[in-house]
Write a protein that binds this ligand. Sequence first.
Ligand SMILES: [Zn+2]
Length: 55
Amino acid sequence: MPLIIANKGKIHTYICQDCGHVYHRKRRIDTKRFVCGRCQGRLNYQGTEIITLKK
Ligand SMILES: [Zn+2]
């Protein structure tokens, strides 16, 4: 699953536990307040990826 991200850095990954939609955020979000934009479901924190782009 390739990620298209302009800047390198840390990306936090969240997945909606209801519909499975994946969210990538540069900043950590409050999963108690931030809900899925599709189904309003709760998000599960999946971990942090280090993104490095090489040319
Ligand atoms: Zn959802």
